[in-house]
Design a protein around this ligand. Structure first.
Ligand code: CA
Ligand code: CA
Ligand code: CA
Ligand code: CA
Length: 353
C-alpha cells in the first residue's frame, strides 16, 4: 500500500517518496453496515468495543462495549447487526478487552473460560467476567481484593502463550501504566496481582498487546504510539512507532491488531482529531500502510471523533473476511454516541490496492 501511495505521489508531484511526504488524498472511504442504538441520554457515554468470536457458532458472536456514564455505566452487549442483547450494570467502565481459554479451576476440574476485562474508573479496579457463550451473557468473576492507586482509564489484555499467563495493562490520565497478572484464586474468582508499573509521560488510554510477538503498543494521546515489551520484566525500554503530526492527529485513541498469517497483519489506530483510522504493518518496523475513514452513505452515517476500535479476522455472518467496530462520537440526527460495524473486506480493498 505504501508503494501505491508513493506511486500516486510520484505521479502527481514528481517528488521522491519519503517518510516526510505529507498525507494528501490517500484517505480511503469505507461505509458501515450496521450501527448500535445511540446512548440513551444523548451524551457521549460509550467508549470502547471488543469483538467476541464464538468459534463453535459464529452467528452467536457479539460485541461488548463500555459505558462510562457515572449513572448508567456498565457493559453493553450487541449482536452482529448492532442490536442490544444484554447490559451489565456494573458501573463506570472505560475500556474493555478479551482473551480466550483462561484455565479456571472449578469443582469439575479445569474449565477453559473466555475472559472479558474492563477498566472500572470509579472503583479503581478491573472488572473480570467469564463468558457464557450460549446465553450470551457475562458472569462476574472478579476477586475484589485489588485497587490501583490511580483511576484506570484505558486497558488491554496480553496472553503469553509460552507460559499460559494472562495479564492486563491499565493506562491512566497521568501517563502511568500498571501491568497486573490475572491469577486464579481457586474459588471460581480471578484476582489481579501487580507485576510492573512504568510511566509513559502524559495522558494515555488506548493500548493493545500482540500475543504472538509479545509487543505492547500504548497510545500517548497527544504524542505518539509507543511499543514496549508486554513481558513483566520488559522494563521501560520503548520504541516510537509514529508521532502525532503526519498521519496521526491528537488524540491518539483506540488501538487494535488485525492478525494475519505468519506474523503479518496490521496495527490500527484511531486518529481522533481528524476522524480517521491509521494503519501500520503489524510486523516490525511497523511501517505506515494507509488511512481510511468511515464515511456516510445513504441513511448510514459516518464516524466522527472515534474513541475505541476493535477488529477481528475471523469470518462472521455478514462479515466473511472479518469485522471492524468503531465508536462514533456524533450523530447528525441528534442522538448520542454509538458504534459502527464495517466489513474488513472494504478496508482491505483500500489497503491492498
Ligand atoms: Ca477494546
Ligand atoms: Ca481519551
Ligand atoms: Ca457520526
Ligand atoms: Ca476513550
Amino acid at each position: 500500500m505504501k508503494n501505491f501511495f508513493c506511486a500516486l505521489i510520484l505521479l502527481g508531484a514528481l517528488t521522491a517518496c519519503s517518510s516526510q511526504v505529507k498525507q494528501t488524498s490517500t484517505i480511503h472511504d469505507v461505509h458501515a453496515h450496521f450501527q448500535t442504538p445511540p446512548s440513551k441520554d444523548g451524551e457521549d457515554h460509550v467508549d470502547d468495543p471488543a469483538i467476541y468470536v464464538n468459534s463453535k457458532d459464529p452467528s452467536k458472536s457479539f460485541v461488548i462495549a463500555t459505558n462510562k456514564s457515572r449513572i448508567g455505566g456498565g457493559l453493553h452487549l450487541y449482536d452482529l447487526e448492532g442490536k442490544e442483547i444484554n447490559f451489565v450494570a456494573d458501573g463506570r467502565m472505560n475500556n474493555v478487552d478479551l482473551r480466550y481459554d483462561f484455565p479456571l479451576k472449578t469443582a469439575k476440574g479445569i474449565e477453559k473460560v473466555d475472559l472479558i476485562v474492563a477498566t472500572h474508573r470509579s472503583q479503581k479496579n478491573v472488572a473480570i467476567y467469564k463468558v457464557d457463550a450460549n446465553a450470551r451473557r457475562l458472569i462476574n468473576v472478579t476477586a475484589k481484593d485489588f485497587t490501583f492507586d490511580f483511576s484506570p482509564y484505558g486497558g488491554c489484555l496480553y496472553h503469553n502463550h509460552q507460559n499460559n499467563k494472562f495479564y492486563f495493562f491499565a493506562t491512566s490520565k497521568d501517563g502511568k501504566v500498571e501491568q497486573v497478572e490475572l491469577v486464579d484464586q481457586g474459588n471460581g474468582l480471578i484476582a489481579a496481582k501487580s507485576v510492573r508499573t512504568f510511566e509513559v509521560g502524559s495522558i494515555s488510554e488506548g493500548c493493545v498487546a500482540d500475543d504472538e510477538s509479545g509487543a505492547l503498543f500504548v497510545g500517548e494521546e497527544n504524542v505518539a504510539i509507543w511499543k514496549y515489551s508486554a513481558d513483566p520484566l520488559g522494563g521501560t525500554a520503548r520504541e516510537k512507532i509514529d508521532g502525532v503530526g503526519q498521519y496521526l492527529v491528537a488524540d491518539i485513541e483506540g488501538l487494535t491488531i488485525y492478525y494475519g498469517q505468519e506474523g503479518k497483519g496490521y496495527l490500527i489506530a484511531s486518529s481522533q482529531g481528524n476522524s480517521t483510522y491509521v494503519v501500520y504493518q503489524r510486523q516490525a518496523p511497523h511501517g505506515y500502510v494507509g488511512t481510511f475513514q468511515i464515511a456516510s452513505k445513504g441513511t448510514m452515517e459516518g464516524t466522527e471523533e472515534t474513541d475505541g476500535v476493535d477488529v477481528t479476522h475471523h469470518a462472521l455472518p455478514h462479515f466473511p473476511k472479518g469485522l471492524f467496530v468503531a465508536h462514533d462520537n456524533r450523530s447528525s440526527k441528534g442522538g448520542g454516541s454509538n458504534f459502527k460495524f464495517v466489513s474488513w473486506e472494504q478496508i482491505a480493498r483500500g489497503l491492498e490496492k
